[in-house]
Write a protein that binds this ligand. Structure first.
Ligand code: ADP
Ligand code: ASP
Ligand code: MG
Length: 417
């Protein structure tokens, strides 16, 4: 019997009415002869609320940053949102005459590393689920976003992690498809909240989606795309509020035609830090970025500029939420005499805008066109990075939306290839 994974995000399970609406879609698949694994998120807003409570309880702690307090207890609290929705979904399905049962992460089990707050799934043994399916269970409703560490404690997978739960189940149980139901009816050329001209894509290549996700398009968690790509999971994003066809994430060679630029992503809460006048000598980058890595600062873009004879300025970007951590780590390393700098310049009002497309590999002038467009809009570029299939720029946060809209027009993303 073919098995299907259906994941419902926060807005799709925001209240009982929506849970019933989602359950109707599940019932339809059961009627088609599928066994179904349903993955649920917490009700929308719930995880934010729980994260806030943890921050309030640990006085002075930064709510978004486990590490300032006992991360095991952060997970104990934050994982609870999904327990509620999984139980409610199972009840609603039972009311519809379906043999459904809820499962918490440890019951499956979803085995993860012990990196609380950002755990990685290591294995999902299928025996328990298979046995229950054998005994007549039609639908397993799994609490997304959570797992169990080797020591038996509950873990969470990082924000947006129930996408990854879904793909991991699809891979472990060799599902026919992994359907991600959300509040948009597919993957668009850019976040449809930023421009009404955003166009829904029928298909997108794994690599492009991986870039878009890691550059800020939160429609799928990055790790879920990585897992799907590696395990060849057929991944689809579609709406839980309509029956429109969604977007298939697939291999590049399944896509006939694409624009040079497939999509635009942006990330609002970025910061730029510059260490002014550090010694220009071998080992200085290692000396700076070592302590940052140890402090858990997620460093993104890096630029080094020669400022004066024998000195250099080192600029890097990181999430705004990591700035305090970065500052502390740099100052401590400086105090230990590991390196020196004259000043630490902070710019916490920047955002990152990125264009992505596999077509860039074979087209020249794409970056130039992007830069020219920003110049025409009078938007200053603060940092640039590129890879084979993307160009990213850091700009003042107040220009983020404008930049996305303008680039969307310039690359004519509203037109199908
Ligand atoms: P869920 O709660 O279902 O996981 P998310 O809020 O995590 O939903 O993701 C869906 C949201 O992602 C959409 O509402 C949309 O605003 C945003 N988004 C960002 N970039 C894109 C894109 N390129 N295509 C579609 N949605 C996008
Ligand atoms: N509820 C979790 C979050 O808000 C996981 C998810 O929705 O994917 O991050
Ligand atoms: Mg999500």
């Amino acid at each position: 019997m073919a098995l299907l994974v259906m994941k419902f995000g926060g807005t799709s399970v925001a209240d009982l009415e929506r849970i019933r609406n989602a359950a109707v879609k599940v019932k339809r698949e059961v009627a088609r002869g599928h066994r179904v694994i349903v993955i649920v998120s917490a009700m929308s807003g719930e995880t934010n609320k729980l994260v806030g409570l943890v921050g309030d309880a640990a006085s002075g702690a930064e709510a978004e940053a486990p590490g300032f307090y006992d991360a095991r207890e952060y997970d104990a609290v934050v994982a609870s949102g999904e327990l509620v929705t999984s139980g409610l979904m199972a009840i609603v399905l039972q009311e519809m005459g379906i043999q459904a049962r809820s499962w918490q992460g440890w019951q499956v089990p979803v085995n993860t590393t012990s990196a609380h707050g950002a755990a990685r799934i290591e294995s999902i043994p299928r025996e328990n689920l298979d046995r229950k399916f054998g005994e007549g269970m039609e639908v397993a409703v799994i609490a997304g976003f959570q797992g169990v560490a080797p020591d038996g404690r509950v873990t969470t997978l990082g924000r947006g992690g129930s996408d990854t739960t879904a793909v991991a189940f699809a891979a472990a149980l060799e599902a026919e498809r992994c359907d991600i139901y959300t509040d948009v009816d597919g993957i668009y050329t850019t976040d449809p909240r930023i421009t009404a001209k955003a166009r829904k894509l029928d298909k997108i290549a794994f690599e492009e989606m991986l870039e878009l996700a890691s550059l800020g398009a939160k429609v799928l968690q990055t790790r879920s795309v990585e897992l799907a790509m590696r395990n060849k999971v057929r991944l689809q994003v579609l709406s839980s509020f309509s029956d429109e066809p969604g977007t298939l994430v697939c291999d590049e060679d399944e896509i006939m035609e694409t624009n040079v630029v497939t999509g635009i992503a942006c990330s609002r809460d970025e910061a730029k830090l510059t260490l002014i006048s550090v010694a220009d000598r071998p080992g200085v980058a290692a000396a700076i970025f070592g302590p940052l890595a140890e402090a858990g600062v997620i460093v993104d873009m890096i630029v080094q500029n020669i400022s004066e004879e024998g000195r250099t300025d080192m600029t890097f970007s990181c999430p705004v939420g990591d700035v305090a951590k970065a500052e502390r780590a740099l100052e401590a390393a400086k105090a230990r005499g590991e390196f020196n700098y004259r000043e630490l310049d902070k710019d916490t009002d920047v955002a990152k805008v990125s264009i992505v497309g596999v077509g860039m590999r074979s087209h020249a002038g794409v970056a130039q066109k992007m830069f020219k467009n920003l110049a025409d809009d009078g938007v200053n570029i603060k940092v640039i990075t590129t890879s084979e299939i993307k160009v990213s720029v850091l700009v003042d946060r107040k220009y983020m939306e404008l930049t996305v809209q303008s680039l969307h027009d310039a690359f004519e993303l509203d037109r199908a290839p």
